[in-house]
Design a protein around this ligand. Structure first.
Ligand SMILES: *[C@@H]1O[C@H](CO)[C@@H](O)[C@H](O)[C@H]1NC(C)=O
Ligand SMILES: *[C@@H]1O[C@H](CO)[C@@H](O)[C@H](O)[C@H]1NC(C)=O
Ligand SMILES: *[C@@H]1O[C@H](CO)[C@@H](O)[C@H](O)[C@H]1NC(C)=O
Ligand SMILES: *[C@@H]1O[C@H](CO)[C@@H](O)[C@H](O)[C@H]1NC(C)=O
Length: 506
């Protein structure tokens, strides 16, 4: 059969290249740390990106870095990868298991070019675990989590070490240069060199606005009116991050590929008020199960879908299957996703595909609280855990460390008289079981477990069944062989395998 011209055109459209995927992960960016939510700060590029995207209003992440990134990358809850306790430390032989396929591997199978710039934090003790051996053609950036923004050096386990990689090897050559600028430049270079006939998957782990609090002086000067020193530098870091995001957006625009790009912007967890961040009006902070730790800033721009808001519940665990759906890429590695594709919800403003998500179950955090209420469920309520189901949020154990603030933390740069809106009449800190109705009480002012014991019992049973699928929590001691004094002053892979690295020299 002869193909008509029209038939040929639609055929070539059908086999047209897939949309690019750009993932931007801000580090520790709090709910109140973009100017869209807090006009005292200045993040016009991030605001603009969110406003040309679907702004996710009921969107959740994990309370800390490694778990969120592992869930995004693997599509699996941290209770299924052994990463349910904390972040990966230098010299700690821990990481996202190699048996869990990650996004870039599947996008590579789907014909994408895959590049990564910035933070990894999913393990590196074995060379097989670094980004270049997990589906990325190149990685420029760092492997752990809280290094200096200028010296790329991290103090841990009693030692300083440089943590910076380029072309599959550790390097100290960018010592003294601010990482937000380095990362913007590398993305610009990669996008400029990209062949537009191919599809691009670009994963950018921004270092800002994670502590240590450091920003170029000209940014700090713009916020000299903020009296609180930490908040002043933090505001400068958000501005610097925003400029980096602006440069990345422009590089895609200059290349003429912005319109064909899916752009997912997310924080990895709530802001740390201990280091300049803020989540007002949400309760709590990073590393707590309060909303301030887990309700995230997030947006997704999908080619052909008009900018809008989405109020439907969505969790970062849904993002991997969602991206595969949006790009029509098959699940070539047979990942058993814990989340659901939310593509229909996003594209058609349909209902959410899930009415619950697991916040966490951390067997290594056990509360000593004197709550003597008994429940039918066998779930050990002393253990720190959390679950969202419909409007309900159940927390067990202690939602945060003892020395953390438990309330709503007022932004230091705001006029002091606003403080009177802050409620501080909270439940006893001894409770082992807490229930909140997030739809009606998003600020978690009213603990209602005694009023709704049947909901508590149901949710404890749900937690118990999640727990029955959990793998043991992995939290190994640091390995002395991984310390910088054994590795030329670097934090780098230290366990040699016969695996051959394929270095990508940019
Ligand atoms: C690197 O910079 C951080 C933040 O300023 C600082 O705390 C740390 O001491 C520096 N490390 C080295 C080795 O200079
Ligand atoms: C449980 O604790 C409450 C408050 O401390 C106390 O009044 C009550 O007697 C305790 N109940 C039991 C059964 O121990
Ligand atoms: C989870 O299951 C394990 C294995 O059965 C059990 O030892 C542990 O107590 C359970 N955790 C909780 C929080 O109930
Ligand atoms: C990195 O370079 C700085 C500046 O030259 C130097 O002080 C530091 O010792 C170097 N670190 C390593 C691990 O080479």
């Amino acid at each position: 059969m002869r193909l008509s011209i029209l038939g040929w055109i639609s055929l070539s459209v059908a086999i047209a290249k897939k949309p690019n995927v750009l993932i931007l992960i801000a580090d520790d960016l709090g709910w109140n740390d973009i100017s869209l939510h807090n006009s005292y700060l200045s993040t016009p590029n991030v605001d603009g990106l969110i406003q040309e995207s679907l702004h996710l209003q009921s969107y959740y992440v994990n309370p800390i870095c490694t778990p969120t990134r592992s869930v995004l990358m693997s599509g699996r809850y941290q209770i299924h990868t052994g990463l349910q306790h904390a972040v990966i430390l230098g010299a700690q032989p821990n990481g996202l298991p190699l048996t869990d396929p990650v996004q870039p591997e599947i996008f590579k199978d789907c014909g994408y070019r895959t590049h990564m710039v910035g933070k990894w934090h999913l393990g590196f003790y074995d060379e097989k675990m670094v980004p270049e051996n997990r589906g990325f053609e190149s990685h420029y950036g760092y492997l752990i989590g809280a290094e200096g923004h200028y010296n790329h050096s991290q103090f841990m386990q009693g030692q300083n070490g440089v943590d910076f990689r380029d072309g599959g090897a550790s390097t100290n050559s960018s010592w003294g240069q601010y990482s937000a600028d380095l990362f913007a430049k590398r993305v610009e270079d990669l996008v400029e060199a990209h062949d537009v006939e191919e599809s691009l998957y670009m994963y950018v782990g921004l270092q800002n606005v994670h502590y240590p609090l450091e920003a170029p002086q000209h940014y700090v000067d713009q916020f000299s009116w903020i009296k609180d020193r930490d908040r002043r530098v933090y505001a400068a870091m958000t501005k610097s991050m925003d400029d980096t995001v602006g440069r990345i957006i422009n590089s895609f625009k200059n290349k003429g590929i912005w319109e064909d790009t899916i752009v997912y912007f997310t924080t990895d967890n709530g802001g740390s008020t201990l280091y300049g961040g803020n989540n007002w009006p949400l309760r709590g902070l990073k590393n707590t199960l309060w909303e301030g730790g887990i309700r995230g800033i997030g947006s997704i721009k999908i080619p052909g879908v008009s900018a809008d808001k989405r109020d439907q519940l969505m969790h970062v665990v849904d993002m991997f299957p969602t991206l595969l759906d949006l790009t029509s890429c098959p699940n070539t590695r047979k990942v058993k996703f814990d989340g659901k594709s939310q593509a229909k919800m996003l594209v058609d403003n349909d209902e959410s595909q899930s009415d619950s998500f697991l916040i966490n179950i951390d067997p290594l955090r056990k509360n000593k609280g004197a709550d003597n209420r008994t429940w039918h469920s066998d779930f050990d309520v002393r253990v720190q855990a959390g679950l969202r189901w419909q409007q309900w949020k159940l927390l067990t154990g202690a939602p945060s460390s003892d020395n953390y603030p438990t309330g709503h933390i007022y932004p230091p740069e705001w006029p002091q008289d606003g403080r009177k809106n802050s409620q501080s009449n909270f439940e006893s800190s001894n409770l082992n079981v807490r229930l909140f109705d997030i739809d009606n009480d998003p600020l978690e002012d009213f603990e209602i477990s005694n009023q709704h014991t049947e909901i508590v019992e149901k949710m404890l049973n749900m937690l118990s069944s999640y727990n029955s699928t959990a793998v043991p929590c992995r939290w190994p001691n640091p390995d002395p062989a991984g310390l910088p004094d054994q590795n030329g002053g670097f934090w780098k892979p230290w366990i040699n395998t016969d695996h051959k690295l394929r270095f990508h020299n940019f």
